[in-house]
Design a protein around this ligand. Structure first.
Ligand code: ATP
Ligand code: MG
Length: 346
């Protein structure tokens, strides 16, 4: 299979290198042909090609089997006219990658939460409060005068329906429960529409239980009783915030993998951002991107996915082979090597 690797900014190149190495060893050990092609995006391509998202990358994505996207520091990019495009947002909207699937699972001895958690947040990925995903890119926020700023939140029946269907289909492979997280008590029209569509989809899945929880209560319940959740489906920004909370409760943002899935294109991406505070030091935890790659392999129905996941679990189980964010001493590349050893051993 052909994979496209886009390292990105901040800790991106470091965790991408570790992920690449792991995939090469996985291919060799499992006898699965994986060809990895690397292209620059973000500040690296801005310097070379004058844009943070070259057209050649956009053209290549539908031609390969899957893409692995590193984090990007788009807040620091120049304006669009000067080549600054948020690659993450652009790929999600351009290829209609409407479901951002973010699993969070507790592991023995990791994280502050001494309670079991095994849930997946299915976050709507193409609309919501993100101004670059509104009708006219960038028009979702504006200032009528210099002392007032307004934001528009876009929710459509189509967007809500397709992400809900992804969540219910996923719940069927798990514990048959979907929790719709919303704020329809305040955002009556927009979250009202979201819930209307979720309920319609729920009727197509009578074997899956639907529960509805207000977002602030959901934030508290994640801490109080995380085991009540199986699949959470929610709008874009709520999903982003709750998944950071859930990953951190499980030990670190550096553990959170995800995929951005559409109907026939999938882009693997760590849950976290470019982590500028630790970039360039070789200490970022690459688990997030390695597990994202495993999710992509699973999406491609490759049996190598299970081998990779088992290898990561094995390494995380051993305190001596953990990275610093979760109390260990290993650097990014060393952790990658530990995963490679586990792949060969298992
Ligand atoms: P961005 O604007 O790109 O999202 P950010 O400043 O919000 O950047 P995040 O990447 O979201 O940074 O990270 C938030 C915190 O989690 C930071 O302290 C960062 O160091 C930590 N963190 C994120 N990813 C990792 C990782 N892979 N390994 C270790 N720590 C991480
Ligand atoms: Mg962030």
């Amino acid at each position: 299979m052909n994979l496209l690797l886009l390292p990105g900014d901040g800790v991106g190149p470091e965790i991408a290198a570790a992920t690449r190495r792991v995939l090469e060893v996985l291919a060799e050990t499992c006898g699965v042909p994986i060809a990895i092609e690397e292209r620059a995006i973000g500040f690296a391509s801005l310097a070379e090609e004058g844009t943070t998202l070259p057209d050649a990358v956009l053209e290549r994505i539908p031609q390969v089997d899957g893409t692995i996207l590193g984090p990007v520091s788009h807040f620091d990019y120049p304006p669009r006219e000067a080549g600054g495009i948020n690659p993450s947002a652009a790929l999600r909207t351009h290829f209609a990658l409407y479901a951002n699937i973010r699993p969070c699972r507790s592991r023995a001895g990791l994280g502050i939460l001494r309670k079991p958690m095994d849930l997946v947040i299915v976050r709507e990925n193409t609309e919501g409060f993100y101004s670059d995903r509104n009708m006219h890119a960038g028009s979702g926020e504006f200032m009528p005068d210099e002392d007032m700023a307004l934001s528009i939140r876009k929710i459509t029946a189509k967007g809500a329906s397709r992400v809900a269907r992804a969540a219910f289909a996923l719940a069927r492979t798990r514990r048959n429960k979907v929790t719709a997280v919303h704020k329809a008590n305040v955002l009556t029209l927009s979250d009202g529409l979201f819930l209307r569509e979720v309920r319609k989809v729920a009727a197509e899945f009578p074997d899956v239980e639907l529960e509805e929880v207000i977002v602030d209560a959901a934030a508290a319940l994640l801490i109080r009783s995380p085991d009540r959740f199986d699949v959470i489906v929610t709008t874009n920004m709520f999903g982003d915030i709750l998944s950071d909370e859930a990953s951190e409760l499980c030990g670190s943002l550096g553990l959170g993998g995800s995929i951005n899935a559409g109907d026939d294109i999938c882009v693997a991406q760590a849950q976290h951002g470019s982590a500028p505070d630790i970039a360039g030091q070789g200490i970022a935890n690459p688990t997030s991107l390695i597990l994202s790659a495993a999710m992509l392999l699973d999406w491609l129905s490759s049996p190598a996915a299970a081998v990779l996941e088992a290898a990561v679990e094995d390494v995380l189980d051993t305190p001596a082979t953990r990275t610093r964010d979760i109390g260990g001493t290993l650097g990014t590349a060393e952790f990658g090597e530990a995963v490679c050893s586990a792949i060969r051993r298992l």
